[in-house]
Design a protein around this ligand. Structure first.
Ligand SMILES: C[S@@+](CC[C@H](N)C(=O)[O-])C[C@H]1O[C@@H](n2cnc3c(N)ncnc32)[C@H](O)[C@@H]1O
Length: 250
């Protein structure tokens, strides 16, 4: 069984039911590696990003019957007439704003005809506006700084949705929600450094030298305060939750 706690919970729910033909509807290294280690008949993995597909082709080895496709769910011809026993939408909903803004309410109706048996949707609950402790406040500051850098680079941020929004829209799309659960998130150094790297990378798209210097100062200040916090709290920072929804094709 995988060591990833969300994928492990999906494996537990699936039990002895065969995975069959599987669609990874918003693929990435994390989900594709996991799926490629399961006993599936065939895998189809979709990304809207040519760059991500290039990276995945180098990093994850697929079988002859597996496919990695670049396409957008706004395109009605993408995998038209095909269907899959199991469909995974892993952090897809939150990423839609980056590739198909305002399409979120159409995502599950679009995926519905592709699901023969079961859809697993995984996502991040939107962060609260305020944190209850110092560690949580640091993670919120990090998220705001990341999004500010993304916007200043003229790129689009992700937009996360709550569990109840997701269940409501799955039901409207003709799915039956079989089960759903939330798992609290504990943030550690790897996540914080990764998000700060996103901030740094976005500075490369800015022209205003004073603004770049000010943002660099913010990034380094946050890095040192966050690392100091983690030294005092090696158990990590608890904030927010991930959710999983299991939906059956009605
Ligand atoms: C957060 S990323 C990757 C999550 C992934 N499961 C992982 O392993 O980390 C989201 C993925 O969904 C894809 N995506 C987002 N909106 C999409 C859309 N409208 N059509 C197709 N793919 C989309 C992105 O291109 C990307 O491959």
């Amino acid at each position: 069984m995988t060591t990833d706690r969300l994928f492990a919970s999906v494996e537990r729910f699936q039990g002895t039911t065969p995975w069959g033909q599987v669609l990874d509807a918003g693929t990435g290294e994390h989900s594709l590696r996991w799926l490629s280690e399961l006993r599936t008949e065939a895998l189809a993995a979709v990304t809207a990003s040519e760059g991500m597909a290039r990276g995945l082709r180098e990093k994850v080895s697929l079988r002859p019957q597996d496919r990695l496709l670049v396409g957008n769910w706004t395109d009605p011809t993408l995998l038209a007439q095909e269907s899959f026993d199991t469909v995974l939408a892993d952090y897809l909903l939150g990423a839609v704003d980056g590739f198909a803004p305002y399409f979120q309410d159409q995502l599950f109706p679009r995926l519905r005809p592709l699901v023969r048996h079961r859809l697993y949707a995984i996502g991040l609950a939107p962060y609260p506006d305020a944190a209850e402790d110092e560690g949580g406040a640091l993670i919120l500051e990090l998220a705001r700084l990341r999004d500010a850098c993304i916007l200043l680079a003229k790129h689009r941020c992700y937009r996360e949705y709550p569990l109840d929004w997701t269940c409501r829209h799955l039901e409207r799309a003709g799915f039956v929600v079989e089960d759903a659960w939330s798992t609290p998130i504990v943030y550690r150094e790897r996540f914080i450094q990764g998000q700060l790297r996103v901030c740094e990378a976005k500075l490369g798209y800015l022209n205003d030298k004073a603004l770049i210097a000010a943002l660099r100062g913010q990034i380094e200040s946050l890095r040192s305060r966050a690392m100091d916090h983690l030294r005092r709290h090696p158990e990590g920072v608890r904030l927010g939750a991930d959710w999983v929804v299991v939906a059956r094709a009605a």
